[in-house]
Design a protein around this ligand. Structure first.
Ligand SMILES: Nc1ncnc2c1ncn2[C@@H]1O[C@H](COP(=O)(O)OP(=O)(O)OP(=O)(O)O)[C@@H](O)[C@H]1O
Length: 328
């Protein structure tokens, strides 16, 4: 077999990121309490967690901006502790600590980046033009960045990161604060990057974003990975399916609470939530009991488990995310 001869002796490519037991504390506050990660090349990995869970800290460690107190990690096959320079050469980072300078133009920002990567003048010019075009910034290239919209700044930030041709990109909350259209544009960009062979490590508070983009998702809580898997695997972890009945008449609401055992109450919304897999048989049985008790709900919705349920089950009820708030 010709291919096996060709491949003989070639080592399989290392994972994009591999970490064991990463720890970090600030004073007596433990931020990361033993994080293990294994991210194959060419995939999208989402680190999901509530505010303060340690997402940015993880990105900062893996991108060599800060050092861990314990544990080991390799990024693009290079050890963080012994070869940080090689790690830096293989990665790009964008996000909360953006490198974009608002006072100069988009093109000037790009050219600065090209200089930092020691590209020749003509190569720098070519790469800048290509990337500005690709990220739909060619028309705004000559304008100061402070006049750009939030979405344009994020696109420029990613374009600047790509100047060095990174194999792994860390995106720290890439769509926080963007409107829905810009968010979708950003998702398209991330998908395109992966098609081009780049590995994407993104942090997000948006469950929908992780669900849309990530091959694998890890939920970070209290400094530990509470669960890790594909979106489907995570959804199977929690029994989040339920039927929700909403009432406008407080009397009918109270009757429903009395008639339905296992119901969770929401006094503010006058709604009850009954655990259910959502099958036809279960729904019929529920409707039969409502009929028997003479109860008529104003609204009935069937809810199958989603990442919201996983997130709330794993990170505790007191945590609110933008995605969850939007559904309230
Ligand atoms: N330089 C620092 N000194 C002291 N505490 C810090 C420092 N950096 C982060 N922390 C603390 O570590 C915890 C984790 O912060 P981190 O920014 O990693 O969380 P995060 O998951 O990215 O949160 P967010 O979604 O709000 O950005 C927080 O409690 C934060 O206050």
């Amino acid at each position: 077999m010709p291919t096996s001869t060709k491949r003989k002796g070639r080592r399989p490519s290392p994972p994009a990121v591999s970490a064991v037991g990463l720890r970090k504390a600030y004073g007596d506050k433990t931020v990361l309490d033993g994080i293990d990660l294994h991210i194959p090349e060419g995939s999208v990995f989402a680190l999901l967690g509530p505010n303060g869970a340690g997402k940015t800290t993880t990105v900062q460690i893996l991108s060599t901006l800060i050092s861990a107190d314990g544990g080991q990690a390799q990024v693009a096959g290079h050890d963080l502790a012994t070869a940080p320079q090689a790690v830096r050469g293989a990665i790009g980072v964008t996000g909360q600590f953006s490198a974009v300078d608002g006072l100069i133009t988009g093109e000037e920002n790009m050219r600065l980046m090209a200089d930092l990567h020691h590209l020749s003048r003509s190569r720098g010019k070519q790469v800048t033009a290509e990337l500005l075009e690709r990220f739909d910034l060619a028309d705004a290239a000559g304008k100061p960045v402070q006049s750009y919209s939030g979405g344009m700044k994020r696109r420029l930030d990613i374009a600047m990161t790509l100047v060095g041709g990174p194999r792994i990109i860390f995106l720290d909350e890439p769509t926080t604060g963007l409107d829905p259209r810009s968010r979708h544009t950003m998702w398209g960009i991330i998908r395109e990057l992966v098609t081009g062979g780049v590995t994407v490590f993104l942090t997000t508070q948006y469950l929908e974003e992780a669900d849309e983009l990530a091959d694998r998702i890890a939920v970070l809580n209290d400094g530990r990975i509470a669960a890790e898997g594909t979106a489907e695997e995570l959804k199977r972890l929690v029994p989040g399916g339920h039927v929700r009945l909403r009432f406008t008449d407080p009397h009918a609401y109270r009757n429903a609470l009395a008639a339905l055992r296992d119901a969770r109450r929401d006094d503010e919304a006058l709604a009850v939530q009954i655990p259910s897999g959502g099958s036809q048989r279960e729904l019929r049985s529920l409707l039969d009991s409502l009929d028997a008790a003479g109860i008529e709900a104003d609204e009935l919705t069937v809810h199958t488990p989603d990442l919201d349920d996983v997130f709330f089950a794993l990170t505790g009820d007191d945590v609110a995310t933008p995605a969850k708030e939007a559904t309230r």
